[in-house]
Design a protein around this ligand. Structure first.
Ligand code: PMP
Ligand code: GLN
Length: 384
């Protein structure tokens, strides 16, 4: 038989799928894959049901329904003061995953270099490789996951086409400060780069931290695209409604990739998300404050068991260094071990590194009921 696509054929199963399957097998509390507790807000689901009956249910415009594109543009203004034309600067996609893939495919040519900050979200690298582009890695430094701008600069050259910036960041849970972003913006300008900004956790940011889109910095408006996800903003990860905004010249090309990837996204869900984005500040504030108390609950529990809990300013993930527990194996072995022996599942972080992965970091998801978090700590307490 002839050789299939080598990049795709050599891929394994994602760590999220693998760990969720193991959690099911051992009937474990799954703090691995980022799945919010519950099944999404009732009022939002009622809107989706209403709009399914009311329609439209046929192909919406490839760029997205006007009402959702307007809602995304309004949110850009409302939360960040950005003025964007909804008709030419906003595109709706089938999840942020698609927006990211479209962006990488649309902005790179074979041989271009793309800079990734390790540990990075797992969907970036396979698409970079599929595009024939070359990943360059810059590693954050534990225990506070700080970025050294000099290292970022050193990873760039005249071959670099783009950088992917994920803030608030999965898996680390950090939020880049304005100082970090200013340094990144300068590097983007100095090396004439595009920045693909994965901001799916934009509304999951905790006290003492602030999310500023890179695109708001001087000189960035023509170089950045900003990706959001209804899955994260409304705790409906199965909906796969994403959106991307940026300058016309980038959105136009990314839209060309989108038209042949999925073409469009379910219109009933687009309408519901447009409604959701129009909610008042209380919705967004409650989302973040509810999660913040869960972060504190799980972090305190893990800390009491001897885990080294690392700082978390956003997302629904807290990371830990398991070196302090005296466990002899790797992060992957550790996560299998706690799934089998304590019936609690977490995600090892080595799959989020390119070459020579760090193997002592483990990520826990805290968007779960308080009872579930307490029970997880109780179960882990039997092992540690
Ligand atoms: N980027 C990051 C950093 C994520 O954590 C996720 C959620 N898994 C995505 C992108 C994908 O979002 P979506 O489910 O909207 O495709
Ligand atoms: N974003 C989710 C996480 O980090 C996983 C998404 C997926 O399974 N593809 O846990």
């Amino acid at each position: 038989m002839k050789i299939k696509n080598k990049t795709i054929d050599s891929l394994g199963t994602t760590i999220f799928t693998t760990m969720s399957a193991l959690a099911r097998e051992y009937d474990a509390i799954n703090l691995g894959q980022g799945i919010p507790e519950g099944d999404g807000p009732k009022d939002l689901k009622a809107k989706a049901a209403e709009f399914t009956i009311e329609g439209p249910n046929q192909y919406p415009p490839s760029q997205g329904l006007p009402e959702l594109r307007q809602a995304v543009a309004n949110n850009n203004k409302r939360f960040y003061g950005l003025d964007m034309d909804w008709q030419s600067q906003v595109l709706v996609t089938s999840g942020a995953t698609e927006a990211l893939a479209d962006s990488i495919l649309a902005l790179t040519n074979p041989g271009d270099e793309v800079v990734l900050i390790e540990p990075y979200y797992d969907s970036y690298l396979p698409i970079i490789r599929l595009a024939g582009a070359i990943p360059k890695f810059v590693r954050l430094h534990a225990p506070d996951w700080h970025l050294d701008p000099a290292e970022l600069r050193a990873a760039c050259s005249d071959k670099t086409k783009a950088i992917i910036i994920n803030s608030p960041m999965n898996p680390t849970g950090i939020v880049f400060s304005d100082k970090d972003l200013q340094a990144i913006a300068q590097i983007v300008l100095d090396f004439d780069l595009y920045a693909i900004c994965d901001e799916v956790y934009e509304h999951l940011v905790f006290e003492g931290f602030k999310h500023t889109p890179l695109i708001t910095f001087p000189g960035m408006a023509e170089r950045c695209v900003r990706v959001g996800s209804a899955g994260k903003t409304f705790s409906v990860t199965g909906w796969k409604v994403g959106y991307i905004s940026g300058p016309l010249h980038l959105i136009e090309t990314i839209g060309k990739a989108h038209q042949f990837m999925t073409f469009t996204t379910p219109p009933n869900l687009q309408r519901a998300v447009a409604w959701g984005l129009g909610q008042d500040d209380a919705y967004f504030n409650d989302l973040a404050s509810g999660l913040q108390s869960k972060r504190d609950r799980l972090s305190a529990g893990l800390d009491s068991l001897g885990f080294s809990v690392m700082p978390c300013g956003g997302t629904y993930f807290v990371t830990t260094d398991i070196g302090s527990l005296g466990y002899a194996g790797t992060d992957e072995e550790f996560c299998v071990h706690i799934t089998k022996e304590a019936q609690v599942t977490a995600v090892p972080m080595s799959p989020f590194y390119g070459e020579d992965p760090a193997t002592n970091f483990v990520r826990f998801c805290f968007s779960k009921s308080d009872d579930m978090l307490d029970e997880a700590i109780h179960r882990l307490g039997r092992l540690f």
